[in-house]
Design a protein around this ligand. Sequence first.
Ligand code: ATP
Length: 140
Amino acid sequence: MAQTFAVIGLGRFGSSLLESLINDGQEVLAIDNNQETIQEYMDIATHAVIADAQDEDSLKELDLPSLEHVIVAIGHNQQASILATILLKDLGCKHVIAKAENNLHARVLSKIGADEVVRPEHEMAQQVANRLVSPNLLNY
Ligand code: ATP
């Protein structure tokens, strides 16, 4: 059965995640505050809406706590990432995964209640380094 997701922020990471989830048959609500970006993903996502993730009323209208997973894929704009994460947890979202730009950003996101924090470039670099150093080691 399909799981339900929201991906907030359709930059390189968010849009790749969205496409992977859709290709896997999952239900994904795409959210971005940029109209052109939302237009681009309108036909790909299950639903796509323009909304500012820093705006509590906009988030409330989207009924995000009813979804199983919410991913905050805004990294560069750290203020938006932090405010969105805290608002989502206060609204009662069960599983919030937040993308961090750097170690300090990751620590802040964990402290304010993100259930999972990811650093895609950092994690991928570690995987590549492991593969190069230990080519016989399998990465899961
Ligand atoms: P990536 O490295 O994955 O490309 P990034 O870390 O550079 O992304 P940003 O450039 O901060 O992240 O934002 C990624 C996306 O999030 C953009 O499409 C941007 O329009 C969107 N975004 C930024 N701020 C907000 C916000 N307050 N509400 C909703 N979407 C936002």
